[in-house]
Write a protein that binds this ligand. Structure first.
Ligand SMILES: [Zn+2]
Length: 126
């Protein structure tokens, strides 16, 4: 993984942009992890501007695919995410963001988006 740490980014802005492999809509997937508990909290999408804002402010900003606009986490809900570390994955199409989460990460009110919907995995799976 290449590391984009805050606040002293070892990758320059231009290097970050050239390393990012955005999808056809210009987005990369962002996995958000609790920096302390290591729980996976949620998954969102970022365009270039959302990532740049996040790197600059330390407040996690996504791009909302449904509303087609930037969405800074916590602005309406108060459930702010402060970024501590941002890493780019091996092929540049996903980000891992370690955060301090205020309140619930999920809009349903649970701390994690992955809290309540276990799927039945076959007993033969190991
Ligand atoms: Zn959710």
């Amino acid at each position: 993984m290449s590391e984009i740490s805050l606040p002293n980014s070892p990758l320059a802005a231009q290097e970050i942009l050239s390393a990012l492999k955005r999808d056809a809509a210009g987005l990369v997937c962002a996995v958000v992890q609790d920096a302390e508990t290591r729980d996976v909290l949620m998954v969102g999408w970022m365009n270039e501007e959302a990532l740049q804002n996040t790197l600059r402010e330390g407040r996690v900003t996504f791009f909302s695919r449904s509303r087609q606009q930037l969405w800074r986490k916590g602005d309406t809900s108060g459930h702010v995410q402060l970024a501590h570390r941002i890493r780019l994955d091996c092929d540049g199409d996903a980000l891992l963001i370690e955060v301090t989460q205020t309140g619930a990460a999920c809009h349903t009110g649970t701390r994690s988006c992955f809290a309540e919907r276990d799927l039945p995995l076959t007993e033969n799976a190991s």
